[in-house]
Design a protein around this ligand. Structure first.
Ligand code: FE2
Length: 569
């Protein structure tokens, strides 16, 4: 029995004991009942007002703390009141210069209630640039853990470092990578490119349902379609100790992919969304956005998540929404000629104009585009002729149309803009495929008769570079199609194939790994943009080792990749 359970009976019994000792028998019932009701009212009132939490020793902030969207003078801090009545709760917040929270620089209080699922989000302004801060929340007498965050720099920072992650499927494995990231003390922020939650119930051999007791199996067990279910998905993820630790140590910069709403989402729905059984798309989309805004340390209400964040003159991080903002429905067959329709868009016209303007006007050395899906061409059609994995090749080719590959006209517009305006130092971050990839980015769309000027050996003709992050835990190629098939495919995908092919199907693909979970560290200096991929030994256990796989970089104004011989950062 915990302290809360032990105290309540005594609290209720005490008035009765007193009454029984001093009152005549005939008055005892009426007075005892009145005192009992009075005690109950007082107790309920105590729970409801700002003293909530007093005497309760169970954690009030079970879902941890988080921070995000750092600006030079502000950062979002977040928590959730995890135990509450149905009444509003007053929460105090404090930001200090030291871990012990003695040198307080900002503080305030607000009231949270069920309209925001008892989440708490503060846009704490008036801070200094490039500065470490500590923050803490208090409700009643209960304190949250102390979180650490950092504001963005102004001027000319010597170096920036980010961990880039995606696809944290709770059901498919532990967030081992986030434990490793939390331990790094040189990072400016974590960039999460989406699939923070999964609306479905995917389970494979990595499933926590297999590894853990049933309490940790995915909740709810059916698909998230309504606000309460989306909220529950975030609540379950936020109980993960590695995820909590990473949020506690570092600011996050989040964008969503499709699974925060539904698999293969586009502006107007998804083939996985049936209005007959799932309700109106606009209602579902609004619910998914609301839960996202409540549970993540993102600035504002997430009605629009494409935005840019500046890190001094060294980097402008241009974050896109290639899912819900303007995406046309996916073409599901690579042979469908509508694929090449000039008007097909993954961004929508407004967002595309915003992006082009950002790229033209940014004065930062590195224009880093944070984006959900693979940007570069990924040729797989050759594999059908090898007999290797032939039964799945058609499906894979069609699946790739969910990425920029399915929107060639818009990709062409973006690359033309970069080329015409001689915009150097564009770095594209991508995810969603659950693979580690590095590309030289060039115009390669043969069907549009675009002259191919790219020279793989030298990188000449490359207009930008792309780094793709593997999944934190979501199933990779080996977990989907088997280790041997995945390994054979990986070994052939960017090498010169023997006759009758006698060509490299993806010469612009400089690095590929289809099987590993982990993340990459993006390191920027005035001279260089480098990605170093780290793979964890296992997602079958919460804590495991990690290993540096490879590092690739582009030097300033070079716009093509070279491998870092040292490997180590
Ligand atoms: Fe994913």
């Amino acid at each position: 029995m915990n302290r809360k359970q032990g105290r309540l009976p005594l609290l209720v019994k005490l008035p009765s004991i007193i009454v029984n000792k001093i009152m005549p028998q005939q008055y005892r019932y009426i007075i005892t009942k009145s005192l009992f009701i009075l005690t109950l009212i007082c107790f309920t009132s105590t729970l409801s007002n700002s003293n909530y939490g007093q005497g309760i020793d169970e954690p009030l902030f079970t879902h941890g703390v988080a921070s995000g969207d750092p600006l030079p003078n502000a950062v979002i801090i977040w928590t959730r009141v995890s135990r509450h009545t149905l009444s509003p709760v007053t929460v105090k917040w404090t930001i200090a210069k030291d871990k012990k929270m003695t040198q307080v620089v900002k503080s305030g209080e607000l009231i949270t209630d069920r309209s925001t699922d008892y989440t708490v989000k503060v846009d704490a302004a008036g801070l200094l640039p490039a500065t470490d801060y500590y923050y803490q929340f208090k409700a009643g007498h209960t304190l949250s853990v102390v979180g650490k965050t950092k504001t963005a720099p102004l001027g000319n920072p010597v170096k920036l470092q980010f961990a880039v992650v995606s696809c944290s499927n709770y059901a498919e494995g532990y967030f081992t990578a986030l434990d490793k990231i939390a331990a790094r003390n040189t990072l400016d922020a974590v960039i999460h490119l989406g699939d923070y939650i999964y609306e479905g119930t995917q389970r494979n051999f990595n499933s926590r349902a297999v590894l853990d007791s049933e309490e940790t199996t995915i909740v709810p067990s059916n698909k998230a379609e309504w606000l309460a279910y989306y909220r529950k998905r975030y609540a379950v993820s936020h109980l993960d100790s590695n995820l909590q630790h990473a949020h506690q140590q570092l600011p996050f910069i989040n964008i969503w992919d499709d699974h925060e709403t539904v698999d293969n989402a586009h502006k107007d729905g998804s083939y996985m969304h049936d209005p007959q059984s799932h309700g109106l798309w606009e209602d579902r989309k609004a619910a998914a956005k609301q839960a996202y805004a409540e549970w993540l340390p993102i600035r504002g209400d997430a009605s629009r998540i494409y935005r840019s964040l500046k890190f001094g003159n060294l980097m402008e991080l241009i974050l896109l929404d290639t899912r819900l903002e303007g995406r046309d429905p996916q073409i599901t067959n690579a042979a469908d000629n509508r694929l090449y329709d000039e008007n097909r868009t993954i961004l929508g016209n407004t967002q595309r104009q915003w992006l082009l303007q950002k790229l033209s006007s940014s004065t930062a050395t590195w224009k880093v585009i944070g984006n959900q899906v693979i940007f570069s061409d990924f040729h797989v059609e050759w594999a059908a002729g090898t007999g290797l994995f032939a039964d799945k090749i058609q499906q894979l080719e069609n699946n790739l149309l969910d990425y920029w590959q399915g929107y060639p006209a818009e990709r062409h517009k973006l690359l033309s803009h970069i080329e015409k305006n001689k915009i150097n130092n564009v770095v594209i971050l991508s995810a969603s495929m659950h693979c580690a990839l590095a590309f030289d980015v060039f115009e390669s769309d043969e069907k549009k008769n675009t002259p191919v000027t790219y020279v793989p050996a030298t990188g000449k003709g490359s207009l930008a570079v792309e780094f793709a992050t593997p999944s934190i835990s979501s199933a990779n190629f080996d977990e989907k199609i088997g280790f041997y098939t995945a390994s054979a495919f990986e070994a052939s995908i960017n090498t010169t194939l023997p006759l009758p092919f006698n060509m490299n199907p993806n010469p612009h693909m400089k690095f590929v790994d289809l099987d590993q979970h982990g993340y990459f560290i993006l390191e920027l200096t005035q001279q260089r943009a480098k990605a170093s991929w780290y793979f964890v030994e296992s997602v079958l256990v919460p804590i495991a080792g990690e290993e540096l796989a490879e590092s690739w970089y582009t030097d300033k104004d070079q716009n093509h990749l070279q491998q870092d011989a040292e490997k180590r950062e």
